[in-house]
Design a protein around this ligand. Structure first.
Ligand SMILES: [Zn+2]
Length: 446
């Protein structure tokens, strides 16, 4: 039994001095600061900020099958070092892709001694796998990802409208949510290779706003038809905000996320030929970024997650500067808290929205809102202890992703994680040479 005290505990959007009583992995009570009952070991965090551990519901871990790209061990260590205590793994880039019970079991079979934080799983919707969805829902998967465009890996083909039409009533009946990569090219589109393969502008123009708008318009229609909850992953185009706002106002069960790269980077400043900045949909211009922030403030965009999508460095083609052929995906899992906190301060926003957008709201997507993402009695004692004032420079030496290339290398950010607690156990400590606990303490969330 631990009593964890700080002069700054972020509870329901407000910082206050408090002592949290942690027992059997849960927050048992929130006491006035210094009120430590007999029998509790006192752990004083001083002035460091204590908030709920972050929930990142969009992480490509790629194991089994592409474990050379990332893996449960490295991804969850990076998460712990970044103050994230729950990650949800995407169903693709691993082999087999998570689209039936056999592949789900293959994933479960490689988790032992690898989870440093708690890990949940999205299933996948692909053409032909509708008959497998009910069993996966019964096994505890309540969110399923589909692509409306080529996913980049052959094992996870895009879903056409007929596939979504077939899957959505099944998901709706099971109370599950359809997550969608929402880019829909016109049926007559053909991608023309540009003259300059390194040009970021040419890449950006090849994935126009209209693709996101058309996809989201189609999803709204399908969601209304089947009364199936739909979640738009990694919204890049701010042009779609009004459409989503109108659908929400009309009662369509639609939610939406965006990512640190769309909120902190802008096309004007992206160097040509550097695929560390390549992702799909692409990072657009500064005016678009400003409007995404407004979408968050308006509550149209519900939360912020990493879409950590790494690969082996050679697939980024950094030597040949070929943006066209390079793997698309930004590696950023560990940095989200600092990146977003830095941006929030520049925009005059505070810790209240940080907790709402990176802890509370992503937990709702995966039905963990009763135990993750808040500091309150009965919730899992998942905590990040950090210094909002401290500056740090993102560097390969302090990065735990399997591969270090990232759009954020050598970027200086504010906010440094000192400790991460998972269900009442100290799992990461920046000051300790060891950094991580001897044994991984994470569990699979099903
Ligand atoms: Zn993704």
């Amino acid at each position: 039994m631990i009593a964890l005290s700080s002069k700054q505990v972020l509870i329901d959007g407000r910082t206050q001095a408090a002592t949290l009583l942690l027992e059997q992995g849960r927050i048992q009570a929130v006491n006035p600061w210094g009120d430590v009952p007999a029998g509790y070991a006192h752990h004083d965090c001083g002035e460091w900020l204590v908030m709920a551990g972050l929930v990142d519901s969009h992480v490509h871990i790629n194991e089994p099958g592409r474990t050379d790209w990332e893996g449960f061990n490295t991804a969850t260590q990076a998460a712990a070092a970044g103050g994230i205590t729950t990650v949800i793994d995407m169903p693709l880039n691993c082999i087999p892709v998570t689209t039936d019970m056999d592949s789900l079991q293959a994933k479960m079979a490689c988790l032992a001694d690898q989870l440093w934080v708690d890990v949940g799983f999205h299933g996948g919707v692909i053409p032909g796998n509708a008959p497998h969805l009910p069993a996966m829902i019964d096994a505890g998967i309540n969110s399923f990802k589909a692509f409306m465009i080529d996913s980049g890996v052959a094992e996870f083909p895009a879903s056409d409208m007929a596939t979504l039409d077939e899957a959505m009533p099944i998901l709706a009946a099971g109370g599950a949510t359809l997550l969608v990569h929402a880019e829909l090219p016109p049926s007559n589109s053909h991608s023309e290779t540009p003259a300059d393969l390194a040009s970021y502008q040419a890449f950006l123009q090849s994935r126009p706003d209209a693709w996101e708008l058309d996809a989201i318009a189609a999803l709204i229609e399908l969601s209304n038809k089947h009364r199936c909850a739909v979640h738009v992953v990694h919204l890049s185009s701010a042009a779609a905000i009004d459409l989503i706002a109108a659908a929400k106002a009309a009662g369509t069960p639609i939610t939406c996320e965006t990512c640190p790269h769309y909120l902190t980077l802008a096309a004007e400043h992206i160097p040509d030929g550097d695929a560390r900045f390549k992702c799909c949909p692409p990072i657009r211009n500064q005016a678009n970024q400003d409007r995404l922030w407004q979408g968050l403030e308006q509550g149209v965009i519900d939360f912020i997650v990493s879409d950590h999508s790494p690969c082996t460095p050679n697939l980024k083609l950094l030597e040949s500067h070929n943006l066209w052929e390079a793997w698309g995906g930004i590696s950023s899992l560990q940095f989200g808290l600092s990146l977003i906190w830095t941006a929030l301060q520049q925009r005059g926003l505070g810790l209240d929205v940080l907790a709402k957008w990176m802890c509370e709201n992503p937990a709702k997507l995966v039905s963990l809102q009763h135990r993750k993402g808040r500091i309150a009695p009965g919730f899992d004692a998942d905590l990040v202890v950090w210094d909002p004032q401290a500056q740090q420079t993102i560097d390969a030496n302090n990065t735990y992703h399997k591969h270090k290339p990232s759009a954020y290398e050598q970027v200086t950010v504010q906010g440094q994680v000192h400790q991460t607690w998972l269900r009442g156990q100290l799992i990461y400590q920046a000051s300790d040479n060891q950094h991580f606990t001897q044994q991984p303490k994470g569990v699979a969330l099903l």
